[in-house]
Design a protein around this ligand. Structure first.
Ligand code: LHQ
Length: 259
């Protein structure tokens, strides 16, 4: 049987394809654990300078597999959060490389919130986002209650979480929930171009930017200014910083190595 997670290395981009297409890539335990393993592997592989997550088939991910939660031998609710989704969100936020979600179709429940935890979310014009939890008496998890109000404001977040509306990719872009919507017929090609662009950039600088953004979620202005100071000192010691300045002054294209 084909793996529920397909990994592939394309140049400096590590591609993760969620692969249970007949179930809209819903997560079962085996898939959630494998996903973490591949995130970890790509995080530590120096060749990989951008991670790209997408879904096989017509959906991105319909979140937790609802058949698994009622199965006698399935994981407990506590395991689903503490061993599956919480570590996935922690990993995505703490990997010192850009993580792109290429949302090819519907993203529901934890599937939507895994996408929203990524650094850059790109969606096909056919994609949609559903905070499906309310329809089954649950609360939005996988960081949903953290990221969504920060992305689109308290009121809209509150409404779509309570109503469980299907938000089109076009609206998601308009509201600032995602970065960009792309035409369906060029989706993978164009989304991968963005991933390759990121993979050719100063990786350490992007990692420090990510760290600063992570902490901006809870820091005061004073704390954030101090953090920017510290991270900028470190970024300034990178080879890619020297290369960027030299390339600019020599009027040539930079050749960043991620160092
Ligand atoms: C599915 C699923 C699915 C199993 C589609 N499971 N089979 C945390 C804590 C603890 C417990 C619970 O979960 C969580 C985190 C969460 O993620 S909670 C939210 C779980 N997800 C949902 O509630 C979404 C359920 N799915 C849907 O509402 C629809 O499938 C959407 C709106 C996503 C897509 O609708 P359609 O495009 O009409 O597709 P479909 O419903 O026909 O689905 C296609 C197939 O995929 C179908 O199987 P079948 O064998 O009948 O062809 C569905 O049963 C299956 N599928 N989602 N989550």
């Amino acid at each position: 049987m084909e793996s529920t997670i397909i990994k592939e290395i394309n140049g400096s981009v590590g591609i993760i394809r969620l692969n249970r297409p007949t179930k809209l890539n819903a997560f079962i335990r085996e898939k959630a654990l494998l996903f973490q393993d591949v995130l970890e592997e790509f995080a530590t592989d120096a060749v990989i300078r951008c991670i790209y997550i997408t879904g096989n088939g017509k959906g991105f991910s319909a979140g937790q597999d609802l058949e698994e939660i009622i199965a006698d031998d399935g994981p407990t609710l506590a395991q689903i959060l503490s061993e599956h989704y919480n570590p996935i969100i922690h990993k995505i936020r703490n990997i010192p490389k850009p993580v792109v979600a290429a949302v090819n179709g519907v993203a529901a429940g934890a599937g939507a919130n895994i996408a929203l935890a990524c650094d850059i979310v790109i969606a096909s014009e056919n994609a949609s986002f559903i905070q499906a939890f309310s329809k089954i008496g649950l609360i939005p998890d996988s960081g949903g209650t953290f990221f969504l109000p920060r992305l689109i404001g308290f009121q809209k977040a509150s409404a779509i979480m309570m109503l469980g509306d299907k938000v089109s990719a076009i609206d998601a872009e308009k509201w600032g929930m995602i970065y960009k919507t792309l035409p369906a017929d060029q989706f993978e090609e164009e989304a991968l171009k963005i991933a390759h662009q990121l993979a050719a950039m100063p990786t350490k600088g992007l990692a420090h930017t990510k760290q600063a953004l992570n902490q901006s979620m809870s820091n005061s202005l004073e704390e954030q200014l101090a953090l920017e100071d510290k991270l900028q000192q470190t970024a300034a010691t990178s080879k890619d910083h020297q290369e960027g300045v030299a390339a600019f002054l020599e009027k040539r294209a930079p050749n960043f190595t991620g160092q």
